[in-house]
Ligand binder design. Structure first.
Ligand code: S3P
Length: 445
């Protein structure tokens, strides 16, 4: 448990947040399936990405940590063995808390010529896997949920003869899309995934950089399609992972909320399929500027944020819904914290997916914000936050969800009194040095 107090001085200075989690996972996976070595800098060294590394090591992939001799920059080298180079693991593949590892690897394992079992922690064991089992089975995969509850542990028989499909996904999910595409790399014929709104497209941009024949289409209504023509081998590449916008989100919020603050967050990924938070906050009236924009494979920028009075919209109500939701899905807990302190009502809709994240994030956000004195209620697909109440310190149950722990650590900066966060160590899933970095900024004056 960690004890936090209201910030007594503005937050000033610059910060580098750790590497993007989605891109880091994919760097290891795609590097393993490529021919030749891939060199990754900016890799996120956290529990979730470590789970991915350990799984691929168990399948015979050599993954080395070294440092660049000139400047000590950490480098991860993945010695890829090509699409058909994975070896049968001798024991169950343990994915810890990581939904991305579990779902993407299920796609890869479905196409192997060996059997495997995937298991994870108690949160993973509750998260739905039928969303990948259904389409992968249509491709010819043989996947069994060992407890018959459509969740992990999964037993995957492996079928080297999968066939491509055209799949209309009922949800906008990059994990589902990526799982199907990864199986599609091995399949006979094209694989096409339509989604009701475009989810993060790191799999498409990165596989393209590894040499795959893959692209996205966005239709006028915002629905997205990923199209893969298989048969092209992947080749190892160099990847420089940008900072994670989902981690930067906490410091963006802190700077907006604490009077007098001005913070620069350096080298943050601003891929359009991920940066809905910035657009929403700017529309609410936040003073956020992107400088030093670099449009590389995964675009990045420095983000300058100043304390802001948020005014919302003219009718006193701000709605976040529809195709915007996938672009900020992991940021909804911190958006709810910001909204609770603003002077208007925020309605979050079309976000039922929050119920099946690391915790039920509709409940964990609503319950904890209520404990802090906010006026908030849950709805079947989101929440309504009537801002303007003064927050007070409370005991926060993180439910072992890293994004809940970090969001409420930021809420504590503007709450009267003491806030205690239970199981604060769960931040190690995506951001092991979060509390140290936060304390440095809080004591920057
Ligand atoms: C992720 C996709 C999102 C996101 C998760 C990471 C990814 O999940 O919430 O934290 O790396 O593909 P869904 O695909 O289930 O929406």
């Amino acid at each position: 448990m960690i004890t936090l107090e209201k910030a007594s001085t503005p937050l000033k200075g610059q910060i580098f947040v750790p590497g993007d989690k989605s891109i880091s996972h994919r760097s290891i996976m795609f590097g393993a399936l490529a021919e030749g070595s891939s060199e990754i800098t900016g890799f996120l060294d956290s529990a979730d990405c470590q789970s991915t590394i350990e799984c691929f090591r168990k399948m015979g992939i050599i993954i080395e940590h070294t440092q660049r001799p000139m400047n000590g920059v950490p480098i991860i080298t993945v010695h890829g063995k090509g699409l058909r180079g994975l070896q049968a693991p001798t024991s169950s593949l343990y994915t810890g808390n990581s939904g991305t590892t579990t779902r993407l690897m299920t796609g890869i394992l479905s196409a192997q010529d060996f059997e495997s079992t995937i298991s994870g922690d108690s949160s993973i064991e509750k998260r739905p896997m039928d969303r990948v089992i259904t389409p992968l089975s249509q491709m010819g995969a043989d996947i069994v949920s060992l407890r018959g509850n459509k969740c992990c542990p999964l037993h995957i028989k492996g079928n080297p003869g999968l066939h491509g499909i055209t799949y209309r996904s009922p949800i906008a999910s990059a994990q589902v899309k990526s799982s199907i595409i990864l199986a599609g790399l091995y399949a006979e014929g094209d694989t096409v995934v339509h989604e009701p709104a475009m989810s993060r497209n790191h799999t498409e941009t990165m596989l393209h950089a590894f040499g795959a024949d893959i692209y996205n289409e966005l239709d006028v209504n915002g629905a997205g399609t990923a199209i893969l023509h298989p048969g092209v081998p992947l080749r190892g590449i160099k990847i420089n992972v940008p900072g994670d916008i989902s981690s930067a989100a906490y410091f963006i919020a802190a700077a907006i909320l604490v009077p007098g603050s001005e913070v620069i967050i350096r080298n943050v990924g601003i891929n359009k399929t991920r940066s809905g938070l910035i657009a929403v906050l700017q529309q609410m009236g936040a003073d956020i500027e992107l400088i030093n924009v670099d449009n590389s494979m995964e675009p990045r920028a420095d983000i300058v944020v100043r304390h802001s009075y948020l005014h919302g919209t003219k009718n006193g109500r701000f709605e976040i819904a529809g195709r915007r939701i996938p672009t900020l899905i992991d940021e909804i807990p911190i958006i709810a914290v910001i909204a609770a302190t603003a002077d208007f009502e925020t309605v979050i809709k079309d976000a039922a997916e929050l119920k099946v994240k690391e915790s039920n994030r509709i409940d964990t956000v609503v319950d904890n914000l209520k404990a802090m004195g906010a006026d908030i209620e849950s709805t079947p697909d989101g929440m309504i936050i009537r801002g303007g109440k003064k927050l007070k310190g409370a005991d926060i149950d993180s439910h072992m969800d890293h994004r809940i722990a970090m969001s409420f650590a930021i809420a504590s900066l503007v709450a009267e009194g003491t806030t205690r966060i239970l199981d604060d160590h769960c931040v190690g899933i995506s951001y092991p040095s979060f509390f140290k970095d936060l304390q440095n900024l809080v004591h920057s004056n």
